[in-house]
Write a protein that binds this ligand. Structure first.
Ligand SMILES: Cc1ncc(COP(=O)(O)O)c(C=O)c1O
Length: 190
């Protein structure tokens, strides 16, 4: 029986990976708490901390229980023209802890798409006020994801080369601090 890593290599491309030079992807078969286990039983401390795993640990029984119950009751419904209690409850809970100037939520399913949504909201705001804008301001060293808007507002990266001709119009500025803010504002207004 071939390993998961071997079967992966034969069939899958991974994000942000140069496949000719990269080692085989690690085949992970299970996880508990902060530990990942590979297919030969080796243990790794998961320092990546994707999603909620850093806060609650992998395979948290409470989260599993909630997910199983929800899947048995309502697995999916499109969010255009439909809604459901878990989304409404999450929005209510988040609004309680968000800054007071936040009064509505718009859900996204991943980081890159959240960036696209933010860009579209900003552009639409100015469009709706009859003064469309088409240049975005972004920090030089940021990383916001791999969709076109997200790549555009990220810092320049080796991964973006073939796509740069298609980017949105972006002015990049260093992260402002008390030493450089004057210069940044002067450059932007010139
Ligand atoms: C700061 C930041 N923004 C956006 C993203 C993109 O998120 P996703 O991979 O869910 O599209 C990442 C991913 O690492 C990130 O670290």
């Amino acid at each position: 029986m071939k390993s998961i890593s071997k079967r992966d290599k034969e069939n899958i491309w991974h994000p942000l990976t140069q496949h000719k030079r990269s080692p085989e992807a690690l085949g992970i078969v299970r996880a508990k708490g902060s530990i990942l286990y590979d297919e030969s039983g080796r243990e790794y401390i998961d320092g990546i901390a994707s999603w909620y795993t850093a806060m609650y640990g992998h395979c948290n029984p409470h989260i599993i229980d909630k997910v199983v119950h929800q899947m048995q009751k309502l697995d999916h419904v499109i969010f255009t023209g439909f809604t459901h209690e878990p989304a409404v409850k999450l929005a209510e809970e988040l609004l309680k802890i968000l800054p007071k100037n936040q009064n509505k939520l718009f859900f996204s399913d991943n980081g890159s798409t959240a960036t696209e949504i933010g860009i579209k909201m900003a552009l639409q705001y100015h469009f709706n006020h009859g003064k469309p804008r088409n240049v975005l301001l972004a920090f030089e060293e940021g990383f916001h994801g791999d969709t076109f808007g997200a790549m555009s507002v990220s810092g320049l990266s080796v991964y973006n080369g073939p796509f740069e001709d298609f980017f949105l119009d972006v002015e990049r500025i260093p992260i402002p601090n008390s030493n450089n803010i004057e210069g940044i504002l002067k450059n932007l207004s010139s």
